[in-house]
Design a protein around this ligand. Sequence first.
Ligand code: SF4
Ligand code: SF4
Length: 85
Amino acid sequence: MALLITDECINCDVCEPECPNEAISQGEEVYVIDSSKCTECVGHYDEPQCVQVCPVDCIPKDPNVVETQDMLWTKYEKLTGNKRA
Ligand code: SF4
Ligand code: SF4
């Protein structure tokens, strides 16, 4: 699954530079994740980096974007041009 930022976000801006896929940006009210770019950090890190740094724990999995590990790897390959490890 891709991840989702809820309205509990306090716009602290620490997650945005941590995302290896540039999937996070400032939205109209809070930060948002572009699900077409979020791999849950698959291919880059063992854990989602945005979740690691978020001080208010407002980045759950997006129930509307259900993806298998294999699909996340395929997304990683498309985004980066790299082959899966
Ligand atoms: Fe970016 Fe990783 Fe967070 Fe997805 S889980 S938004 S790829 S930092
Ligand atoms: Fe919002 Fe959390 Fe990102 Fe800060 S780290 S901008 S609170 S989602």
